[in-house]
Ligand binder design. Sequence first.
Ligand code: NDP
Length: 325
Amino acid sequence: MFNALVIRELDGQQQVAVEQLSDDQLPDGDVTIAVSHSSINYKDGLAITGKGKIVRSFPMVPGIDLVGTVLESESPKYQAGDEVVLTGWGVGEGHWGGLAQKARLKSDWLVPLPTGLSAEQTMIIGTAGLTAMLCVMALEHNGVSKERGEILVTGASGGVGSTAIALLAALGYSVTAVTGREQNSDYLRSIGASNIILRSELEDRAKPLDKQRWAGVVDTTGGNILANAIAQTQYGGCVAACGLAADFKLPSTVMPFILRNVTLAGVDSVMCPFDKRQQAWQRLEQLLTQSFYQQASEEISLQQVPEWADKIVAGQVTGRTLVKL
Ligand code: NDP
């Protein structure tokens, strides 16, 4: 028997509780894993609170991230004792996920634990950190070098935002962080932000074109904030858009694209191919420092997860939340 957070649906309402499950209840898959840690992402918050249509079948064990040790493998790629990481692929949405002491998954979804990272560090990074790295890679791919100017990071106190700031600072970029929580300014500077602006400055409806301020943008919020960031991007700049913490809408115009050669780069981590994933994990391992893991994370138990799900959806979590199983 093992402990798992289980979401059940009763009379159209979601119910969430820690339950004891047995191995024969695990879903299909060719690798069974003893999970040591998971994490809380915004998407987990939406799934557990039911505030977003994330869960596709019930009962569901949520958790889009996990790290652990292989117990049994029918795949030649992995053997018992191997340490592996899982993010994305619809796990915790349509297939039982990481908020449990055991998981059974497809070997194709797994990545070997990067050498040089502990299980805890891997989950402090998690889907949020992987996405932040993919955003930075999108900026690099589109020619945004540190010499070109300032980078704007929105949703700065969150998991993706915090990790993007730390990565960009490590690469020598100057970073302006956008936050709705002025009280987090010291934290944002400690992880690498050079300047802070308040979210309210970017929340009004965007003009088609605005003063050119940013060489690149990592946007986790969508909505007017993203539209303003695009309108303020310099000629030839790039905006990497990965999130919708404010809104899924994009009330923008074509003007920045057709008059300033701005690129809007979409970033998805869920279906990211294996080679790009492995490259991103290697770069995360190289770029993030010990102080980032200490400053930007908090550890909780499985029992505390529902409370933290409420907090992340309410925008009250700072940095990353690690779940010890
Ligand atoms: P977090 O909740 O950790 O961070 C989001 C941050 O956005 C908050 O900390 C807050 O920062 C800010 N924020 C919260 N509410 C609002 C609001 N109403 N308007 C503007 N800003 C707000 O989430 P994650 O970092 O895990 O995820 C961020 C976004 O990225 C989410 O939308 C998530 O779904 C998406 N995402 C996408 C992925 C992909 O593959 N494309 C993968 C991972 C995440 P502050 O207080 O500093 O303003």
